[in-house]
Write a protein of this length. Structure first.
Length: 356
């Protein structure tokens, strides 16, 4: 009996304070299977990298163009306009002062058509002064202003471009230099055409109307200079027609197809405008005014077409056009040579250029 009681007594290492503990040898024997199992497991895979930040969507071309525009408020536009007008007037003032130094030569050039026309018709080549201040006002004030306007035209055109350029795209602002040269060049070219061609022919016609009727012309300074200014400035402004057409295309108001489709109406308007500008009512002088204007209209249509091609990323076949023009020039030279060598014609520097 005592033996059974002794056998049921708890072991010294089986109490609650000894739970979870084991004999060192047993612990070592128990770790061996676990370590082997751990070795048999695959290597730990590193966690995946965080996803890269999403790139912003590429902006479309219209959005990029919109960001290129310079934003200005209404008051800023007015301030910019005031600044450009002041600078343009300052340039005109400097040109006016420079032209005063050459007033005598300028006046000789202005009265040149009148002297030539009166001499051709057999009248004294003189202009009449009707008031005491007429000569001073015209020769020393109005004439330098007119000449200064042509001299300062590139600067004035640049100020106009600088005012409108904030409303254009970046690729359109690159046209600044061609715009300035073409606009000022056409303005000066129109003045030269009016001086050497249109005004001289018109003046001879006007002064010679009454020559067979006993009418002797007496031309005052004011009347002559007013007619001179109207013709010179009118033709010079008309020569800006290609620039106007180019800008209408640039602003997407007109297109080459539209301009060609309605060209007959444009020609009618040009003829009416030439009838207003020309100083004479005859058809010859009307043609002298209208023909260059019609040609300038189609030059503007061609410039508009080039702008549309550039906008669409296309190129104009310049090489083919130059080859055709060169062939036409060679053909014309060969024809002129045949007329000179076989038919007795010779060359003169006026229309029709080939005479016997």
């Amino acid at each position: 009996m005592p033996d059974n009681i002794d056998s049921q007594e708890p072991r010294p290492d089986s109490g609650p304070e000894y739970e979870g503990r084991s004999v060192p040898e047993a612990a070592g024997a128990a770790e061996t299977p676990e370590s082997s199992a751990a070795e048999s497991l695959p290597a730990a895979v590193p966690p995946p990298a965080p996803p890269a930040a999403a790139e912003p969507p590429a902006k479309s071309e219209p959005e990029d163009e919109e960001e290129e525009l310079l934003r200005m408020s209404f008051l800023e536009h007015l301030e910019e306009l005031r600044l450009r007008i002041i600078r343009a007037l300052m340039g005109l003032g400097i040109a006016f002062i420079a032209c005063i130094l050459f007033t005598n030569r300028l006046w000789d050039a202005v009265r040149g058509p009148a002297v030539a026309a009166l001499t051709q018709l057999g009248y004294p080549p003189e202009l009449a002064q009707l008031t005491p201040t007429e000569a001073f006002t015209i020769i020393w004030v109005k004439l330098p202003i007119l000449a200064g306007l042509f001299v300062a035209s590139p600067w004035i055109v640049y100020q106009a471009w600088a005012f409108i350029s904030p409303g254009l795209y970046r690729r359109e602002r690159r046209l600044a230099l061609p715009f300035i040269f073409c606009t000022a060049g056409l303005f000066i070219l129109g003045g030269l055409f009016a001086y050497f061609v249109a005004f001289r022919f018109g003046l001879v016609f006007l002064l010679g109307i009454g020559s067979n009727l006993g009418v002797r012309p007496y031309i005052s300074l004011t009347e002559y200079f007013d007619l001179f200014v109207n013709v010179i400035l009118g033709v010079a402004l008309v020569f800006e027609l290609p620039v106007l057409i180019f800008f209408l295309t640039l602003l997407r108001i007109a297109s080459p197809r539209f301009l060609l489709r309605h060209s007959r109406y444009a020609i009618l308007i040009i003829v009416l405008l030439a009838a207003i500008i020309t100083p004479t009512p005859d058809a010859i002088n009307l043609t002298i005014f209208a023909a260059p204007m019609i040609l300038l209209y189609f030059v503007g249509v061609f410039a508009s077409y080039l702008l549309v091609l550039r906008r669409e990323g296309q190129q104009f076949p310049w090489r083919r056009i130059l080859i055709v023009l060169a062939a036409m020039a060679v053909l014309a030279a060969a024809t002129a040579g045949v007329f000179i060598m076989r038919f007795g014609y010779h060359w003169v520097w006026k229309w029709p250029f080939l005479v016997k």
